[in-house]
Design a protein around this ligand. Sequence first.
Ligand SMILES: C[S@@+](CC[C@H](N)C(=O)[O-])C[C@H]1O[C@@H](n2cnc3c(N)ncnc32)[C@H](O)[C@@H]1O
Length: 378
Amino acid sequence: MDVYLQREQTKAKHFILRRYLQALAFKVLRSWDVTYIDGFSGPWQSRTSDFSDTSFMIAIDVLKDAQKRILQDTGNLRHIRCFFSESDAVAYKKLENAVAPHRSVSGKFEIQTYFGKFEDAVEQIKNIINGNFPLIFIDPTGWTGYPFHKIKSIFDSDKCEVLINFMYDFVNRFVSSQDVNTIASLDPILGGAGWHQRLDQSLPRGAAVEKLFRETLKREGRFQYVISTKIDKNTIDRPHFFLAYGTKSREGLKAFRRIEHEALKEHARNRVSAKERRREDLTGVDELFPGYDAQQEATIDDVVIQQKKIAAADIRVFLAERGGVRFSTIVDFALQAHMLRETNIKDICLQLARDGFIQNTWGNGNRKPSDDTIIQPR
Ligand SMILES: C[S@@+](CC[C@H](N)C(=O)[O-])C[C@H]1O[C@@H](n2cnc3c(N)ncnc32)[C@H](O)[C@@H]1O
């Protein structure tokens, strides 16, 4: 049985976390020791005896594997430190028991657990980062517990990455509330009191709050890029949460967009199955053609086609304002605003050149623009 049955959003979240760590940890470990921090560790709604369906065990598994492969490749045993905080006493006990066998002094695999609130562990977290590359995962059940004014110093290093589960569905239900306590509870992640005045008025309220959240994270954490991935609910076409990703490196930006694409394709397939199951439950009849809905769903490929059209128009405006710029600048610009990968931006440039809007400065045949190519409007 699929341990993620009826938890397809958690599956998508764990898929992104796993792929992200696989791609990133391996790269980072070539040059750095890594400190991995999971502020809201769980276990939470786990259905396995070995906790393989939890974020902390996924991280341990991937980081150990990356450490082993780096050792084989370079002969260098990198030091990996993990920090897991959990405030529920029962969950904490399970966490501590589950991670204990994975500690290894000789294997340079260190694990600290913390019983208490993530926001109270900042000093301990800074000690365990201690000049290493921090990868931080923040996955609360609501929107409280990670006030930026209290935790932002853990983002201080020049190299630092963060993934935050922004609980859009919860937030969206409350953003129009007039209750002063509810409004104040959002202050710590939206840049302080008076956040209503800072919302982008051209957007629906929920989307404007999500945007303000990313802008606040970018500023408070001094991240160069903050983007987010929308994860829809299982059986309803509505966002459940956004995974916000902050990085100080453009390689991170590019890698995350690739991982997101894979994850969303998989999530779309899982949602089709979840919707079919729901229909069967409601009607008591098996689907005649399981998977049929897949053709009716707006596939991720359709979304990419749509995003490419919007991005092409945005790039033309950008070039009209800026004149000729390096292709890497276009990639930075487009990947922050759109759910696209670098390869899509190359294709957009090819099409814009074919349509006569920009010059072909990269040559003919199979050639495509690369970072230093100057993209010149006609
Ligand atoms: C959504 S669950 C985490 C799930 C886990 N990251 C995963 O993907 O497997 C949130 C967890 O954080 C714990 N928690 C709630 N408030 C907390 C706080 N302020 N500090 C640390 N942990 C907290 C809850 O008990 C719960 O286990």
